[in-house]
Design a protein around this ligand. Structure first.
Ligand SMILES: Nc1ncnc2c1ncn2[C@@H]1O[C@H](COP(=O)(O)OP(=O)(O)OP(=O)(O)O)[C@@H](O)[C@H]1O
Ligand SMILES: CC(C)(CO)[C@@H](O)C(=O)NCCC(=O)O
Ligand SMILES: [K+]
Length: 252
């Protein structure tokens, strides 16, 4: 069994990949107040038998080094996925390929495979929302980064020095309280942003793109997005599974 791990800015997500290539249901822990490393170490304790981890993270060098040391101490083989200029069917569109978030790179790998020869647009609704386009040939055209749903609302409330409240319950375009005006404002703002960005990207593409939606807020945002969006909450796990299989092939 290989443990697939995605360490984002707010949550640690993981799945088990068995030898037949089956993925277990993705699980997640929010970091809350504790450091991401402490969540990762708890995960290692929960899987004392694991010998191989494929990791994608968007955290610091210190996190990466500490994770490497912890895995070495336990005899775990760690493969930490980085963004490179060309791999796993994707040609990275960044001027400096390593600067593209590794989670975005893994998302592109998975979405391009899911799209089965069509172009795709990956929308990852996490702490940040990222929107990236991939051509039919696997060429990444580039993409955008926006503050995510929770973060947008929290930033506004933090700047208002505690005078404002927030509610995502019963979103309404004609909100009747401060909490709902902010929750609904951020929700409908991001729904409009996602729609607008995707249609601009689509206009620039020569063929129809499959819109793939993932991340912690994907399901909630999907319920308000008109049009066809393919909901894939474990998109990064699919990408990590493919990368793990490819690496196993090249090392044998
Ligand atoms: N149980 C939960 N605990 C915390 N956040 C949750 C939960 N369920 C859904 N969310 C939402 O998930 C979002 C974070 O999504 P996700 O886990 O995909 O982000 P991340 O990978 O940590 O962030 P990023 O990739 O941007 O660094 C938050 O904005 C929050 O609204
Ligand atoms: C944008 C986030 C935070 C989304 O998780 C991550 O992909 C990241 O830290 N990226 C590095 C910057 C970039 O992708 O241009
Ligand atoms: K992410």
């Amino acid at each position: 069994m290989v443990l697939l791990v995605d360490a984002g800015n707010s949550r640690l997500k993981w799945s088990e990949l068995d030898t037949a290539g089956n993925l277990s249901t993705q699980q997640a822990w929010a970091y809350g107040d504790r450091p991401a490393l402490s969540a990762f170490l708890d995960l290692l304790d929960a899987y004392p038998q694991v010998a191989h981890i494929t990791l994608v993270h968007v955290l610091t060098h210190l996190f990466a080094e500490s994770v490497q040391v912890a895995c070495e101490q336990r005899g775990i083989h760690l493969h930490s996925v980085c963004s490179v200029s060309c791999a796993y069917g994707i040609v990275n569109g960044y001027q400096q390929p390593s600067a593209l978030g590794a989670d975005r790179f893994v998302g592109l790998v998975a979405a391009h495979r899911l799209a089965g020869g069509e172009a795709s647009i990956v929308i990852d609704c996490g702490t940040a929302i990222t929107v990236d386009a991939v051509g039919r040939d696997g060429r990444h055209l580039g993409g955008l980064i926006l503050p995510g749903l929770q973060l947008s609302a929290e930033a506004l409330i933090a700047r208002a020095q505690g005078r404002l409240s927030l509610s995502f319950a019963q979103p309404n375009i004609f909100a009747d309280s401060t909490g709902r005006a902010i929750g609904s404002g951020c929700l409908f703002g991001l729904v409009g942003a996602i729609e607008g960005i995707c249609s601009r990207m689509q206009q620039a593409l020569p063929s129809p793109a499959v819109r793939v939606l993932t991340g912690g807020d994907a399901e909630y945002l999907r319920s308000w997005l008109p049009g066809d969006y393919l909901l894939q909450p474990d998109l990064l796990m699919q990408g990590l599974a493919y990368i793990t299989e490819q690496e196993a092939c090249t090392s044998c």
